[in-house]
Design a protein around this ligand. Structure first.
Ligand code: FES
Ligand code: FES
Length: 128
């Protein structure tokens, strides 16, 4: 199966690979797995006091499309409010990366990871 140029670009030059300090109450961490293939994605956000996402990092143990999807969403999330980031849909990811049907679940994984990271951030904030 041929990967699109955008997938290959993100796969070869992934943006924002890494880890944020999960003990920081302004950091939200989402860890999700894809039942279809067992791939795992960790997505983290660092949120400022103004509610804007200042930084985002990921680590993905998975296929090229999953790595590209998580790389792409870290770029998209930075500079957005948490509420805006929560509206990022897998359809936008798969469209941007021109994912074939068999790879749609890789973009769903990224959407799930965003939701999990935001949920973790919000839980931490409400426990402050
Ligand atoms: Fe092979 Fe995801 S199924 S890497
Ligand atoms: Fe399963 Fe891409 S995340 S094949």
């Amino acid at each position: 199966m041929a990967y699109s140029e955008k997938v290959i670009d993100h796969y070869e030059n992934p943006r924002n690979v890494g880890k944020l300090d999960d003990t920081d109450e302004n950091v939200g961490t989402g860890m999700v797995g894809a039942p279809a293939c067992g791939d795992v994605m960790r997505l983290q956000i660092q949120v400022g006091d103004d509610g804007i996402i200042q930084d985002a990092k990921f680590k993905t143990y998975g296929c090229g499309s999953a790595i590209a999807s998580s790389s792409l969403v870290t770029e998209w999330m930075k500079g957005k409010s948490v509420d805006e980031a929560a509206t990022i849909k897998n359809s936008a990811i798969s469209e941007e990366l021109a994912l074939p049907p068999v790879k749609i679940h890789c973009s769903v994984l990224a959407e799930d990871a965003i939701a999990a990271a935001i949920a973790d951030y919000r839980t931490k904030q409400s426990n402050k």
